[in-house]
Design a protein around this ligand. Structure first.
Ligand SMILES: *Cc1c(COP(=O)(O)O)cnc(C)c1O
Length: 247
């Protein structure tokens, strides 16, 4: 068995166990495989193992990979429809590329960016699926809208014609203790519920709480995550310099 297949099965098992502990349906949590820094071959391997949704942080790297995967599938006469999620910051000068190549964007934290994505979404593609990124810890270094501004932003984004607002994303600061990590995930969950109940939000679309990574998917699922973003748990340790051994 390949390592990626084996790792995927282990992560699925962790998700299933976390759902059992939280008394949640195993199908209520989806897995986003974060493939940043890994090449097309790794994505292809995960796709052969049944994984369809992939997360990328760097736009240029992602577009090269998306193109390579299309070509590879053409060559092999395979049709494994992949779904690409942008989980990195989107600068204004990158919105067109994102609107043209991705299916989802998790990192909306300004109305201006959302407006550009909506304007630039090609008409032949379905609406771009988006989440608002909320900075639950209020840490100055991290992107994301402040919790008290999240609702107004959501209401603005919900009106944009070529976007569909699906929910929230957060990257809480890492805490080694389950209880502390759960507490920060629960803050995201509370904002998620609060916005869902507010006016101007399509409740049938508002179904995604993108929360939890390799190290903290259990407390995230306990807090209500519907989409965990797992990178190293599937593909192994990341190393940015070529030729460096992976840790
Ligand atoms: C890299 C990254 C992940 C995956 O992190 P792992 O710890 O490797 O699972 C998840 N979400 C975001 C936003 C990331 O940048």
């Amino acid at each position: 068995m390949t390592t990626i297949l084996h790792n995927l099965q282990q992560v699925q098992e962790r998700i299933a166990q976390a759902c059992t502990h939280a008394q949640r349906d195993h199908h209520s949590v989806a897995l986003l495989a974060v493939s940043k820094t890994f090449g097309p071959q790794a994505v292809h391997e995960a796709a052969l193992a049944g994984q369809r949704a992939f997360g990328e942080n760097y736009i240029q790297e992602a577009i090269e990979k998306i193109t390579a995967l299309k070509q590879l599938q053409l060559q092999l006469q395979l049709q494994l429809p992949l779904q690409w999620h942008c989980i990195g910051p989107v600068q204004s000068n990158k919105t067109r590329l994102v609107a043209e190549h991705f299916d989802w964007v998790h990192t909306i934290d300004r109305l201006k960016t959302a407006q550009r994505l909506s304007d630039q979404r090609p008409a032949h593609l379905p609406p771009l699926q988006v989440c608002i990124q909320v900075n639950v810890d209020g840490s100055a270094s991290k992107s994301g809208v402040a919790p008290e501004e999240a609702m107004a932003l959501a209401q603005g984004v919900a009106q944009l014609p070529q976007l569909q607002l699906r929910g929230l994303m957060a990257i809480p600061e890492f805490a080694p203790e389950f209880v502390a990590q759960y507490a920060s995930h629960i803050r995201a969950r509370a904002i998620f519920d609060h916005i869902k109940a507010s006016e101007g939000i399509d409740k049938t679309l508002w179904d995604t709480l993108s929360l939890g990574m390799t190290a903290d998917l259990e407390p995230a699922i306990a807090a209500g995550s519907t989409l965990v973003r797992v990178g190293s748990g599937i593909f192994g340790g990341r190393h940015y310099l070529t030729g460096m051994p992976s840790s």
